[in-house]
Design a protein around this ligand. Structure first.
Ligand SMILES: [Zn+2]
Length: 62
């Protein structure tokens, strides 16, 4: 299993650079949960400059 899973640019297919993570909140804030939000990975394409985000893989437990 690959540790780092490169994101491909949806426009040109180049491998994108992962440059940041950001935490976003979704759903009802009243919802009882230990997790207040999801982490999105921000990626930028070195070839065409497009930026995109995807949901980061959750940390494995156990
Ligand atoms: Zn691109």
């Amino acid at each position: 299993m690959a540790e780092t899973d490169k994101m491909k640019c949806p426009d040109c297919g180049a491998e994108m650079n992962h440059h940041a993570n950001k935490l976003v909140y979704e759903g009802e804030p009243d919802e009882a949960s230990d997790e207040g939000g999801v982490v999105l990975e921000a990626h930028t394409c070195p070839a065409c400059g497009r930026s995109a985000t995807r949901e980061a893989a959750p940390p494995s437990r156990g």
